[in-house]
Design a protein around this ligand. Structure first.
Ligand code: 3PG
Length: 306
């Protein structure tokens, strides 16, 4: 079988070496298309692939139609909003993710960004500390749980809310379970977003919700830019000049945020949360193993389009 690693944002070399060992060790062929810039190269590369390993790469019906042999797509990472699941199901293609494999990397970046913001972006101005502040984690999955672990090390008070996780499970992790999302936003000094981008969550972090945030609060988004109602948040940040917004990946209104909210806004140019050698190795090797296992035994444990 031909397994293609198709990553616009490349894995660390050690991850590619590990993927190769697993794939070739199972008797399959490995092909690589990294750092591609044009779609025609991508469409050409998938033409004879039976399996592909991707990151945030957009895989839609056009890509699938260019890949007539494709049987499985594994998103080396957590969020699979970049794959058209309906199109995959209609073509009998299995889609999987590798949950949890890059969660620590994203959680660590949260604190890199938070300290940077709390210390006024290292401009020399006096900032503030995280100890004693209350962090509100929206969605208590793999990343949210890692954020709670690290936040405790900083001496922060940790709250969380997750519409799909029982309060008992949050409390069992030693975290205060907020009654609902509104209470979380109202009561915390930092709100850290870990919700996926779905039809329900897109644009759900809006003007009115953020308007309830505490004075000097920080909104930290290492989830997806699509969950933010950017125009609403921008308007609010003009009304509330105490609020700060930190995003791992530029919003569509990056230029407007940068111009209108100078000193209170920062965004990474590329999504950096999972961009560590360790996360690449964890997620990349898991993806390779899942593909080999699928071909060998039909295992679909991590399938997301069942
Ligand atoms: C994920 O969903 O796993 C993270 O957002 C990482 O995405 P990336 O592989 O594009 O860095």
């Amino acid at each position: 079988m031909k397994v293609l690693v198709l990553t616009e944002k490349p894995f660390a070399a050690a991850a590619v070496n590990g993927i190769r060992e697993i794939v070739e060790g199972a008797g399959h062929e490995l092909a690589l298309l990294e750092s591609y810039t044009d779609r025609s190269a991508m469409l050409q590369a998938v033409s004879d692939a039976e399996a592909i390993i991707i990151r945030s790469d957009k895989i839609n019906a056009e890509v699938m139609d260019a890949a007539p042999k494709l049987r499985i797509i594994v998103r080396a990472g957590a969020g699979y909003d970049n794959v058209d699941l309906e199109a995959a199901t209609a073509r009998n293609i299995v889609v999987m993710n590798t949950p949890g494999q890059n969660a620590n990397a994203v959680a660590e970046l949260c604190f890199g960004l938070l300290v940077f913001a709390a210390r006024k972006f290292y401009t020399g101005a006096a900032g503030s500390e995280l100890m004693g502040k209350r962090i509100g984690i929206l969605a208590f999955g793999n990343v949210g749980r890692n954020v709670s672990r690290i936040a405790k090390g900083f001496g922060m008070e940790v709250w969380a809310y997750d519409a799909f996780c029982p309060k008992e499970a949050i409390e069992a992790a030693g975290v205060h379970a907020a009654a609902d999302r509104d209470e979380l936003f109202r009561e915390c000094d930092v709100i850290s977003l870990h919700i996926p981008a779905t039809a329900e969550t897109k644009q759900s972090i809006n003007h009115d919700l953020c308007a309830t945030m505490k004075k000097n609060a920080i909104l930290l988004n290492t989830a997806r830019k699509e969950v933010i109602d950017e125009a609403g948040l921008l308007a609010l940040m003009n009304e509330r000049t105490d609020l700060r917004y930190i995003s791992d990946i530029k919003p569509d209104l990056d230029a407007e945020f940068a111009a209108q909210c100078a000193g209170r806004y920062f965004a990474t140019p590329k999504k950096m949360g999972a961009q560590t050698a360790e996360a690449n190795i964890n997620a990349g090797l898991a993806a390779a193993r899942q593909i080999c296992d699928f071909f060998a035994t039909g295992n679909t444990r991590f399938q997301v389009n069942k």
